[in-house]
Design a protein around this ligand. Structure first.
Ligand SMILES: Nc1nc2c(ncn2[C@@H]2O[C@H](COP(=O)(O)OP(=O)(O)OP(=O)(O)O)[C@@H](O)[C@H]2O)c(=O)[nH]1
Ligand SMILES: [Mg+2]
Length: 606
């Protein structure tokens, strides 16, 4: 196997030059000294002749793995250029850089060069000019990576090249930076696990804080949840207090440099921001942190792309992604053509994205037409179901809508719709028939209810008692109910996504009433309910809304009091612990009241 490669600006190298560089690569460096002086002197001569900086990457056995010609700033991630398969692990690398010109101060790496060096997670970095100075003294600096602080590299020693070459590298201490694929550092505010899921992309979160701890904590937890739902691992957070001004400044240059450093230290390969970025902002940030940067919207779109199972779902996700990416195409070619997958690369595929804008615009037009047709098709289906009572489950993602559909439709293990502890588990609407009468409805009328579970919870929020209203035989209320489960909501959903999923949402909104499911065990439920109401208003939903407080099996009793005070008429249930379901069925036999019926429709306070 070829051990080393000469890479970088190799175009125009003469055969003799190439031969000399190969010879430099073939020389072995001692294990008990920093470097072989003679090799570095030759490296200096070649750097001077070529008028280019030269960098050697040497492994723990003293073998040269890479000779890079040219500025490291232009090298991209050197790690990917190393030959051999075990390039990420235990290679215990050393870096030797000879600056191409004696005039430039070579001893301290520039900010960007420092990051490239850090990406390799080497044990040390020896830097020197191409020639000895006056009196034969050859200045050089020996640097080691810094585990914390603003600087990426700390100068261990500055002195004569010969002295520094002779130093024992083992006496410099352990490598301070974890190689890119190893465990997270301790003390990360995200509480990153020591062993992230194998192969999971490691993500650094970049957030703006408001100073209100509860709000910031909620937002951060939600962003972490999104990252996990996308199959990645949040490994650290860099926060900046949001500036108060008419036009709040996003992360400043210094903060971005800190993020770049932190990402290297934690082995993160992607930065995700909690704010929407304009194309220019994203481009500038990528330039400074020298890593792909995605915003929250891109993250959500990525989750949708992973979840979309039906043709209709995929269609809508592709439309949303292309709409989102079209204005961001210019200048982001690099990150969009990232190989190897990860957040921001799934969905329609990169070849599609790399086509010219016109082709993408044409594709968007086509998709829009398909989505329109899908809407019309769904409308025809709805026509066919006219005369049947329909209710839709809406609510914040992960509130328990799918669990409730499964419980009410009596779905047995493995038969129901997917309900899991992930954001946006459901994308495609599912409609199920639900019988509200006491018998023949699968697992309805559970032991908890038979034992008076509801009474013991003191549930009588409407103050109406639970006596059934007499119904005329064959009346509409005896008909089975169609219940639709649909995609969940989230604060600040990306507009292209809402637009693309309009037909899905419209399907929900053409019901007779909306059941707003909230997760009472999440202290942020009032804000989540508010977001859902706002989004429904934006979508023009004027249907009656009934709030259902779910997950009462795991929330404190005081939360029920708070909920009753905030949302008069709320119904309490636990979809998975079979609490309150019989009450809910009874209630739904009379809700929503037929138009013109008396009595207010309970809705939430806005
Ligand atoms: N303890 C408890 N867990 C529940 C209850 N209802 C739902 N869950 C859990 O909450 C998680 C989310 O439930 P889903 O039914 O998938 O929520 P959803 O609203 O459909 O979520 P999306 O489809 O992602 O929008 C799952 O892990 C459920 O098991 C409940 O009453 N009690
Ligand atoms: Mg669901």
């Amino acid at each position: 196997m070829k051990q080393s490669v000469v890479a970088g600006r190799t175009a125009g190298l003469r055969p003799a030059e190439r031969r000399r560089l190969d010879q430099i690569c073939h020389r072995r460096h001692p294990a008990d000294a920093v470097a072989d002086l003679l090799t570095l002197q030759r490296l200096g001569s070649e750097a001077e002749r070529l008028e280019e900086p030269l960098t050697l990457v040497v492994d723990g056995r003293g073998l040269c793995r890479l000779l890079w010609i040219g500025d490291l700033e232009a090298s991209g991630r050197l790690l990917e250029k190393l030959p051999g398969s075990s390039r990420r692990q235990g290679s215990d690398l050393r870096l030797f850089t000879c600056c191409g010109s004696a005039r430039q101060p070579p001893l301290r790496p520039g900010a960007r060069e420092a990051l490239v060096g850090l990406d390799l997670a080497p044990r040390l970095w020896l830097r020197f000019p191409p020639q000895a100075g006056m009196g034969g003294r050859w200045p050089a600096a020996l640097l080691t990576p810094q585990p914390s602080g603003e600087e990426a590299w700390q100068q261990e020693q500055q002195g004569d090249l010969r002295d520094l070459c002779d130093r024992d590298p083992n006496a410099l201490g352990e490598p301070a930076v974890a190689p890119a694929a190893s465990g997270a550092s301790s003390g990360s505010p995200v509480g990153a696990p020591a062993r992230p899921a194998a192969g999971a992309e490691r993500v650094l979160l970049l957030v703006l804080t408001s100073g209100v701890a509860s709000r910031d904590g909620r937002r951060l937890a939600e962003l972490e949840g999104l990252v996990r739902s996308a199959g990645a691992e949040p490994v650290g957070v860099v926060g900046q207090r949001r500036s108060s001004g008419a036009t709040p400044v996003l992360w400043g240059e210094g903060k971005l440099r800190e993020a770049a450093l932190e990402a290297r230290r934690l082995g993160a390969s992607l930065v995700v921001t909690d704010r929407e970025l304009t194309p220019v902002q994203a481009r500038n940030m990528e330039r400074t942190v020298d890593l792909p940067v995605s915003d929250r919207s891109e993250l959500i779109l990525d989750i949708f792309a992973q979840r979309a199972a039906s043709a209709a779902g995929r269609l809508q996700v592709e439309l949303a992604q292309l709409r989102y990416r079209l204005p961001r195409l210019s200048g982001r070619g690099l990150s969009l053509s990232r190989q190897g997958g990860g957040i921001g690369t799934r969905g329609p595929g990169e070849t599609q994205l790399e086509k010219d804008r016109r082709a993408i615009a044409r594709r968007i037009e086509r998709l829009q037409r398909d989505v329109r047709e899908l809407g019309e098709h769904r409308a025809r289906l709805r026509q066919g179901r006219r005369g049947q009572r329909r209710l839709a489950l809406v609510g914040y993602t992960n509130a328990g809508k799918s669990s409730l559909l499964n419980a009410l439709s009596g779905a047995r293990e493995g038969e129901g719709v997917l309900a899991e502890n992930r954001l946006f588990a459901t994308l495609d609407p599912t409609t199920r028939r639900v019988r509200l009468s006491g018998s023949g409805e699968g697992r309805g009328g559970t032991s908890a209810e038979a034992a008076g579970g509801e009474a013991s919870l003191g549930l009588d929020p409407l103050g109406e008692g639970w006596a059934e209203a007499p119904m005329a035989p064959g009346s509409e209320r005896e008909q089975p109910l169609l219940l639709t489960d649909t995609v969940g909501f989230l604060d600040d959903l990306p507009p292209p996504l809402v637009e693309a999923f309009r037909s899905t949402l419209e399907e929900a909104l053409e019901a007779d009433g909306l059941l707003l499911v909230v997760d009472l065990s999440d202290p942020a439920w009032p804000e989540q309910l508010q977001s859902v109401n706002v989004l429904l208003d934006q979508l023009g939903a004027t249907l009656p809304r009934q709030v259902i407080g779910n997950q009462i099996d795991r929330c404190p009793a005081s939360e029920l009091d708070r909920a009753e005070a905030l949302v008069p008429g709320i119904l309490f249930i636990s979809a998975t612990a079979d609490l309150g379901l019989q009450n809910l069925r009874r209630h739904l036999r009379r809700w929503p009241p037929a138009s013109g019926a008396d009595g207010p429709v309970p809705t939430s306070k806005r």
